[in-house]
Design a binder for this molecule. Sequence first.
Ligand SMILES: NC(=O)c1ccc[n+]([C@@H]2O[C@H](COP(=O)([O-])OP(=O)(O)OC[C@H]3O[C@@H](n4cnc5c(N)ncnc54)[C@H](OP(=O)(O)O)[C@@H]3O)[C@@H](O)[C@H]2O)c1
Length: 419
Amino acid sequence: MVFDPGKGNEGVPPVSQIPPPIDIIMHLDTPVPRSRSHSLITSSSTSPLEHFAMATEFRWGIISTGWIASCFVKDLILDPKTRDTHDIVHKVASVGSRSIESAQSFIDKHAGGDKSIKAFGTYAEVYADPNVQAIYIGTPHTLHYENARDALLAGKHVLCEKATTSNAPELKALIKLAKEKNLFFMEAMWTRFQPITKEVKRASEEGNLGDPVVLHADLSGDFDVENIPKTHRILDPYLGGGAILDLGPYPMIWAVVALYEHPSNKKAYPTKITGSIIKSPLTGVDSSTSWTLNFTKTLQAQAILSASITLPAAKTGVIIRYRNGNILIDSPIYKPPSFTVQYFDKPGSGVIVREETKTVSYVGGGFCFEADEVARCVRDGKLESDTWGHDKSILLMEVFDEVRRQGDYKLPEGVEKVF
Ligand SMILES: NC(=O)c1ccc[n+]([C@@H]2O[C@H](COP(=O)([O-])OP(=O)(O)OC[C@H]3O[C@@H](n4cnc5c(N)ncnc54)[C@H](OP(=O)(O)O)[C@@H]3O)[C@@H](O)[C@H]2O)c1
């Protein structure tokens, strides 16, 4: 398997004695609040200063024991001080799997065998665990709706892997339920919370480059499809297999950051979506997919996006083009190590007179930042993140629905639960 999103957090020590990140200075987006119902490590006898110094413990229930759940948990148990986080401490309270043996071996392998973590042989027991505040869902896409719904109905906040659901109506139903129950819900769009994304945004929006005109973004991953079982989630249509739902969120996140979030766009959704799909002869899932988004309400900008399950990623995965220069983002685009800003001598000339490359590194696999966001939002009583809000997850799912419609990729009967 070449596509390896969690690469980088193997062997990272879970506790202290790790030097702070070197290349970056991170700023907390949210002030440390006064006491909240979910702040656990508090005491009425503490002075305001001591209170400020205290961290909120945030307790997670983990659903499923696959690849991405292991990446997430390895980051959860890192010492938050290694990323300059002092207001949050994560705790894995329980892990649920379809088999209790798998839950226990997951805890032993990825959470240091911590005896305080409960292993359950059903997901329902995790939803019902009174020690759990939020559920992390790492099952295949087509199960997300049912899993997230069960978690919300049990009164738990939810962080749900991408693609959040099989289609936009399922996602909207979950968001409605979360709001009704006064619970936090977020898509696990970890790239948006990585420190490098803030740096790209700064370069894009500071004004030197002008407004964005064209964005090219591709995420491809060679899944060796000829040699994996057809029941693998990337090939199985019952599990939402194919490129668009699995890899598509990453070209999309950069279109959202550079175009949708650009101040000149004023949060306008795309005015036109076009899509084209080549299906895999193996199972009929989408093998190579390309799509474009026009942002023409207030910008004159276009995103040209693609994903494939039969190719390795290109070295430069994202190019954002402006009249005054370019931003080039290095692969992998779900966790870019660096990006380069090129400045032209005059608008439209294409003559590069200055190039600046920024490299960002940190301890862990890059999932800890989204976890911090969830904990802070819940602590602060928010129902959605200001950084990756419901509007952005809905935008992604609506685009995927439309591209699948145009490319005639229908999920099998019974997979989609809401229409
Ligand atoms: N954020 C990222 O960078 C990233 C990267 C990869 C994947 N993902 C997303 O995470 C989700 C899972 O991906 P993954 O690569 O971790 O998959 P995976 O390794 O196959 O793990 C999926 C887990 O889901 C559980 N599951 C429940 N019902 C299942 C079923 N019918 N078939 C297969 N598994 C089932 C299993 O855990 P139990 O046996 O313990 O119940 C399984 O281990 C997908 O939605 C994917 O898009 C995100």
